[in-house]
Design a binder for this molecule. Structure first.
Ligand code: NAD
Length: 486
């Protein structure tokens, strides 16, 4: 694996990091997988320069046929290496194998083709026809153009999904990109960089992949005036820092941030099915998904029964080796993340909560970063466990007093990323869904995740949308051209 994963991609060349290398770990075993290239500020400087040069001087921005061909080449190259990538992803991310057949790998790779198709069919120019503003005969057109150089900064939880959900539309639109992945998952990005260099015709400088152990390179990318758009996914705190940095040069920002999404069970729902589904959701990938529903809102009269069903489901799910087909809940990414989750669990107890199941590390695992699927009871929506993003397999269960109260509690959050509603009367469930102030909502288990569905947040969950036509258009500028006519 070392040849393909310990290089940066800068200006079309696979080069070592000027800072040497840093280790990447398997979170399930704490085994050192190997070395990743450790870029310095000088490497980032060169990568941004290369992306600027490629945008300003190559034909990439205007050659739609080349872009479409290259995107399909990249998809095909990733698919050719999918077995190797799958094992790498399971090892480096701790991602359960079953997820790699969906959002952790196969789905975002296939979605590159969707962006290629979209670019081919997109209406790049709209004729607004003739008009006489202020009496001057004019023929007007509106054209769409790439924004320019995109600085893409990504987290570790779904590395391929997030790297490709930025790269796909950014390249389809004609931009050039500097990708700075999270220090926890450098190999996933480095592998992508190697395939771009070795198995596609993407011109030099169009994509640069800069792995580093140093978060400061993200800030450097966000603050460089040669960057035209910062596309960031990560925590709300870092997103705020990115926006502040980018504000100095008034660089456009696109932010996908944290969440604390509510799963509402209405009083006519099948309680057992709904609570089991909520348990399944929060345990998936050890809860390390920004849109995972982490507050379970149940009718007050059914609270005790809901606690029993949900705790039983979470206990049955347990934790498992991510290599195993049947595992739902693998490890969390790092010792630091485990500490972060544990400190939230302590706060839950301090705030008067208790654990109906879980509450710490599983007794039978002495290596790896594990947290048992946990259900917290006895808290209100004002508690820190109900307000703050924990990013672990931790669910807070809260009682509600009917549909209006459930909507009030769900919306009483600084976040607005996603939500779920379960109820037998579909019109009633739809009415509740319509009142949620979130970017996506699932009704009765509907799955919104797909290439053509825009994803993003209200409030402190972000600015802008990823994927879908709306996600593509984040990477475009609008230019109006008016020609004087006789
Ligand atoms: P993070 O915010 O710590 O880091 C994200 C990226 O930002 C990393 O590449 C990091 O190196 C970089 N970074 C750190 N400091 C920076 C700075 N000052 N300026 C610029 N870049 C900087 O997030 P994480 O811990 O890697 O990921 C978990 C978080 O990501 C969670 O909060 C989760 O909700 C969020 N997330 C959101 C979405 C979404 O689409 N809304 C998707 C996945 C994850």
């Amino acid at each position: 694996m070392s040849r393909t994963t310990d290089r940066l991609l800068v200006n079309g060349r696979l080069v070592p990091g000027s800072g040497g290398t840093f280790e990447t770990l398997n979170p399930a075993t704490e085994e050192i997988l190997g070395e990743a290239a450790d870029a310095t500020a000088a490497d980032m400087e060169e990568a941004i320069g290369a992306a600027r040069q490629a945008f300003d001087s190559s034909g990439w921005a205007t050659d739609l046929a080349l872009r479409v061909r290259c995107l399909r080449q990249l998809r095909d190259a990733l698919q050719r290496h999918s077995d190797e990538l799958r094992e790498l992803t399971i090892a480096e991310v701790g991602a359960p194998r079953f997820l790699t057949f969906g959002a952790q790998l196969d789905a975002p790779v296939a979605d590159l083709g969707w962006f290629a198709d979209l670019a081919e069919s997109y209406e790049w120019s709209t004729d607004l026809g003739r008009a006489e503003p202020m009496g001057i005969p004019s023929h007007r057109r509106v054209v769409k153009e790439p924004v320019g150089v995109v600085g893409a900064i990504t987290p570790w939880n779904f590395p391929h999904q997030i790297n490709l959900a930025k790269l796909g539309p950014a390249l389809a639109a004609g931009n050039t990109v500097v990708l700075k992945p999270a220090p926890d998952t450098p190999w996933c990005a480095a592998f992508l960089g190697t395939l771009i260099a070795e198995e596609t015709d993407i011109p030099a400088g169009v994509v640069n992949v800069v792995t580093s152990s140093d978060h400061a390179l993200g800030a450097q990318l966000a603050g460089d005036p040669r960057v035209d758009l910062v596309s960031f996914t990560g925590s709300t705190a870092t997103g705020r820092a990115v926006m502040t940095t980018a504000a100095q040069s008034l660089t456009k920002v696109f932010l996908e941030l944290g969440g604390k999404s509510a799963f509402i069970v209405l009083d006519d729902a099948d309680l057992r099915a709904a609570c089991s589904y909520a348990a399944f959701s929060v345990a998936t990938h050890a809860g390390q998904g920004c849109a995972i529903t982490t507050r379970l809102l149940v009718p007050r009269a059914a609270y005790d029964q809901a606690v029993e069903i949900t705790a039983k489901s979470l206990r049955r799910i347990g934790v498992g080796d991510p290599k195993d087909d049947k595992t739902l809940c693998g490890p969390v990414i790092s010792a630091r993340q485990r500490e972060r989750v544990e400190s939230h669990l302590e706060l839950a107890i301090k705030d008067g909560g208790s654990f109906a199941c879980g509450g710490g590390r599983p007794a039978d695992r002495d290596r790896g970063f594990w947290i048992e699927p946990t259900l917290i009871t006895g808290l209100t929506n004002e508690s820190r466990a109900a307000r703050e993003e924990i990013f672990g397999p931790v669910l807070v269960i809260l009682p509600h007093d009917g549909d209006d109260d459930a909507v009030r509690i769900a919306n009483d959050s600084p976040y607005g990323l996603s939500g779920a509603v379960h109820g037998t009367d579909l019109e009633r469930a739809r009415a509740v869904a319509a009142r949620l102030r979130t970017g996506t909502v699932s009704v009765n288990g509907g799955v919104w995740y797909a290439a053509d569905v825009p994803f993003g947040g209200y409030k402190q969950s972000g600015i802008g949308r990823e994927m879908g036509v709306a996600g593509f258009e984040e990477y475009l500028e609008t230019k109006a051209i008016s020609e004087g006519v006789a």
